[in-house]
Design a protein around this ligand. Structure first.
Ligand code: NAD
Length: 271
């Protein structure tokens, strides 16, 4: 029996699922131990490695998430909010670490991660890239240093298939900016502007969403004052950066205590 870290992937036929399978195959010390697709998906029964374009891995894609999760060390979930909630419950029951990458969960659904984190390590990351983790830290710091005269706007663009808005990353940036300002995002969030909106409310954090084509993910934070504008930004040109971060996070969870972690912990930005 090998001492490799056994990783299970949810959403094996999805854009990120396939990237994650590829990344596991490329990472020393890891082995793909299971891959789950949606029930009834054409991918069920196919070899996960062949489907992801990395050659035969001898891991058939299955549809029983509970069974798969009970046979792995860590599970990586990039699927849909309802699936994410179920995976959080299964991971905590099976005492399996969780990398939680799905976005668009309601605040109530997010509480499942807090519950699971009492029993297992959970890395909750709306964006697993190194660049965005750094961007959130920089944005928080800038918001702390700049006063309310600097209006904050978050602009994001993603591919046409994305189903939630603003993106989880834009909201994570908003949370960081609100932390920097010492306010609650819910009190200052301005996600939609349409029609006769009136003047901008001082202190609001605004969001603007663009959708189109195959954009992997672009985010910009704008601090706009009278006479000057500061912008911080990140552009992902490939989903590979998200998969690299997700599998790095999976490796990091090995022998970690239960708890709710972020990519800041994984990358050593925070103890
Ligand atoms: P996608 O639609 O390509 O993939 C989702 C997959 O989940 C689909 O193949 C779907 O069939 C599958 N699925 C549905 N129900 C399932 C079930 N019960 N069991 C297993 N699989 C099931 O979407 P995507 O672009 O891969 O994105 C997936 C999620 O990841 C989204 O929420 C997206 O915002 C998020 N995401 C996060 C990051 C990050 O860095 N954290 C990066 C990119 C995307």
């Amino acid at each position: 029996m090998s001492g490799d870290l056994k990783i299970g992937i949810l959403g094996a036929a999805g854009r990120m699922g396939q990237m994650n399978i590829r990344q596991v195959a490329l990472t020393d010390g890891c082995v793909l131990a299971g891959a789950i697709a949606r029930k009834g998906s054409e991918a069920v029964g196919q070899d996960a490695g062949l489907l992801a374009g990395v050659g035969l891995l001898d891991v058939p894609i299955t549809e029983d998430a509970a069974k798969m999760i009970s046979n792995v060390d860590v599970v990586v979930d990039f699927t849909l909010p309802d699936v994410a909630v179920e995976v959080a419950q299964l991971a905590s029951q099976a005492k399996v670490a969780l990398i939680a990458g799905t976005t668009g969960l309601s605040p109530e659904q997010e509480t499942e991660y807090h519950k699971a984190a009492q029993y297992v390590p959970v890395v909750r990351a709306a964006n697993t890239s190194v660049g965005v983790t750094l961007l959130i830290a920089l944005a928080e710091q800038a918001a702390k240093l700049l006063d309310i005269e600097y209006d904050i706007e978050v602009l994001e663009m993603h591919h046409r298939h994305k189903i939630d808005a603003p993106s989880g990353t834009a909201l994570a940036l908003g949370e960081g900016l609100a932390r920097g300002r010492g306010v609650e995002l819910a009190d200052v969030k301005q996600a939609v502007r349409d029609g006769h909106t009136g003047e901008r409310r001082p202190g609001d954090i605004g969001f603007a969403t663009l959708r189109g084509g195959d954009v992997a993910g672009e985010h910009e934070v704008i601090f706009a004052a009278e006479g000057e504008r500061i912008t911080l930004g990140h552009k992902a040109s490939s989903r590979q950066v998200f998969a690299a971060g997700a599998i790095r996070a999976a490796v990091w969870t090995w022998r970690k205590s239960p708890g709710l972690y972020t990519m800041r912990h994984v990358l050593g930005f925070e103890d």
